[in-house]
Unconditional design. Sequence first.
Length: 347
Amino acid sequence: MAFNPADHPHNRYNPLRGEWVLVCPHRGKRPWAGQIEKVREAAIPRHDPKNPLCPGNVRANGEVNPHYVHTHVFTNDFPALMPDTPAPPESDDPLFQMQPARGTCKVMCYHPHSDLHYANMELSDIHLVIEEWLRQYQELGRKFLWVQIMENRGDMMGCSNPHPHCQIWSSEFFPNEPRIKHENLKAYHEKYKKPLLQDYLEKELNRGERIVYQNKEWVVLVPFWAFWPFETMVLPRRQTQRMSDLDEEQKKHLAVMLKEFTSKYDNLFDCAFPYSMGFHGAPTGEQFEVDMPFWTLHAVYYPPLLRSATVKKFKAAYELLAQDQRDISPELAALRLREQPTTRITK
Ligand code: H2U
């Protein structure tokens, strides 16, 4: 019997993590007896006088937000990381190791109106969001080794507030996810003399089967090794190491990508599609000016939904005890996303 990747269980290698993911596409084909309901989403008020992220409102620490008209950034009132935390004592016991954890956590509001997301935002406003990301990245990146710009959307992902916003956690330490990527990207570059993600993009563009969206500067694809059913990666067509290296054309088309691609996500299950997303690029701090040709700036989207607006994939059982596993193939997920319109259609 000849191997068919759309039918036969197999393992796929994730070169960014040095790990395998089990793909069981035959299970994705099994009949679904459950209902696929359309969710009724509560309308989000444009301005809620009780929402601490809205302009002119009081936050948890008693501060009043300005009447901002575009973006607004403030230090999180409940920060996970602070700049002046004392360092734990050093230990020579390998089983009880600690390291200092200093940093800063910011919240960035995208727009004064709570009822907006990329799909219904003006491109000019999305552009201002990107400019603010860059400003924050430049400022924080001078000081911190890692600046994590990240967005959580939807109750399902634990997002506490429907107002369009992201969080920016900056740290003096190198967090696990980007550190592991860093090591793998570096090793690949040493071996093949090419940036892994540029090499990968070129090959994916030739194959085409996992491409979801493209414009002049950006490509969105479902990675060959994706774990989440509709996980995607956003890659620049031109090699770019850090967010601070983006030029005007890249920023302009990033705004278009954010609007059009997230509309596809919303159209897939006709809902405000939940996800965690964020950007990864070359580390900063003392290395801000250091050339790291092995790093390619990219964004990742990790959405939890599997089959409908209410049916979620859990990272549980086999994934926790043995190895990451998925049912629907990355190629089928890419096809389903590719088919979606780039403007929001309420079905
Ligand atoms: P998330 O919904 O993505 O968690 O972001 C909201 C953040 O806003 C959350 O981290 C912060 C919370 O700590 N916040 C404040 O800093 N002040 C407030 O008054 C409310 C929420």
